[in-house]
Design a protein. Sequence first.
Lengths: 386, 375
Amino acid sequence: MSSAQIEIQIIASLVAIACAIPGTFLVLRKMAMISDAISHSILPGIVVGFFITHDLNSPVLILLAALTGIITVVLVEYIQKTGLVKEDTAIGLVFPALFSIGVILIAKNANDVHLDVDAVLLGELAFAPFDRLVIGGTDIGPKSLWIIGCILLVTITLLFAFFKELKVSTFDKGLAASLGFSPVILHYGLMSVSSVTTVGAFDAVGAILVVALMIAPAATAYLLTTDLKKMLGLAIGFGVFSAILGYWVAHWLDASIAGSITTVLGLLFLMVYLFAPSKGIIAVLYREKQQRIEVSLLTFLLHLKNHNEEEERHVNHLNEHINWQKVRSKSVLELAQKNNMISITENIVSLTEKGNEFTSKAIDYIITNEDTQIEDMKDDFFLFRG
Amino acid sequence: MDIKEYIQLVFSDYTLRTITLGTAILGAVCGMLGSFAVLRKQSLLGDAISHAALPGIAIAFLITGAKDSNTLLIGALISGLIGTFWIRGIITKTHLKSDTALGLILSLFFGFGMLLLTYIQKQPNANQAGLDKYLFGQAATLLESDVWMMAIVTGICLLIMLLFWKEFKILLFDADYTKTLGFNTKIIDILITSFIVLAIVLGLQTVGVVLMSAMLLAPAAAARQWTNSLAVMVFLAAVFGAFSGVFGTAISASQNNLSTGPVIVLVAGVFVIFSFIFSPSRGLLFKQIRFIKNRRDLQLHKTLAFMYNIAETHEDISHPHAIRILNNFQGYTKGTLQKLVEKDYVKLNGNLWSLTDLGFKTAANLYNQQTRNNE
């Protein structure tokens, strides 16, 4: 591994961490699309900044671009407040307009600007180590490393300083306001950090892929935990993991680093989406099926309790009486037997003592409108779940 | 170049004619379908779909090796649809919210598409150049066959829309009711969404991945301001979209170095701003005017009520009072006093005012709900 390779991986990891922190809060506050809007609309800010400074890494440019990001947020909120369109439409209107202005500005001055829309949107991490920061004749590392390092430092400081406030205002705005933390200030603070991070990261991974680094690790983590600290930790972990693995995939395929980092993030999300223990698709589908059978079982038991007459409880007639298909009746019957809820003598089904007790309790809960209690009760009664 | 010359050029020049027609048709179909997206609160779906279409283009190229735009668009269509239904899966099956799902699919698919594009660029195949036009769009590469394709798709969209108008409309405004009526909401829903995806994919070549969402939203958002009827809104949106296309093309053609996509988006943006401000019923300008007028009316009422309170204490209701006693009263301006005189509620006599009979009666019934006099 050459030193350039190590530097690229360090930059990518720092970007991933710097994005994951605000990203977690954006996902929790249901403002993920704002990051997409910001990442597009900083373009005119970058272009104007570039006209002034002629240096893509200058702090002035970063501040100007971040300012455009905040202007986007303000504009979106203003349009939304007029009530003429919904919030998502407001977002969808503002950022393409600003982005168009940026593209036109670049196109009109193409001759004297060495700035490419592709470069801004897509970035090129592979070139990052070549732009070095030299102070007093000594080379102290790539410029983008310092930029993203500073942004990360500020982000982490702010996170530690305002963690409690952020947490409260994210989950309960009203409580935060009544405790005296201004939700407005926190909101714009978060927006500013997101803007600055987006701008700082754009020349490393490109503006659009910043969005991936903000949203994907946080969303993946959100499927695995509901604890804010754990979620932050997991998001950072996923980000760094994808950054480093993505670099090596890109190295192997000889393709865009940013693209392959995103692809790794995507695969990671897909895996978690499918296999997460309680919120993954497979777990959810399994639980839905289980609940369906258990509801059928309950209906079946209620039917038995309601009817003492033998013809209603004859195995052959059950299908007709409850209107079930064969397979379903069979699985329900088996489940009931496994749980010792029913006994079958001479093809007549009857409730056992345990089944009777379970059903009576269930009826009580249904009558008193406390259906949720049934779930807890199932744990006490069931030996096998559906 | 003046306008006359330009119009002549549009008819005589092949490239310009193709582009103008293409962008006009594109604008119209986007406006039409965009209305549904806006009303269904799926505005950002367009953004997500257009980004999600990118890997499809790259994969279609990798498989076929051809740069034929129809093949690539089919790839885009498929990956756009996969993206859309994945978004849906995320929203319905997990606790992630719609904004997260949109942003996630948008950025992940786009990143994957970029990976494939850069991978293709490194391939020893000279044919790969030009794929990146789908990123920002190049209206100049439109061919007559592309325009035909757009026209046919637009025709099909229009036909289906007219055929299922009732179903679309009812699903839009009351999904639960639709279900109880026995319509298959899932199929109608998939139909609308698929057409939105189709419109987006069609526009990729012209305005590109990034700006496509604005093509979908802007005409619809502008049209929404002028009407409350769905049919009128769809029609207006189509008109706005078509005009954005034509004007945008004209502006970008008359200048050097202006790419068509961004200009069309900005023209559509101007339509939106104009509609936001000047629409008679919802626009900001008339809203402000109505606001001021209401405030004046209220002031008028307040002044009248104040006068009534004074006049009430006298036997003769028309007993004159000095104008200056009104000065400390908040609702009073010279204008409102003049208005009261015009309405014959008050008589002025030098520095003195006095209520007329009519004024007294009106003031007495001012807060009486039964006499609904529209002041």
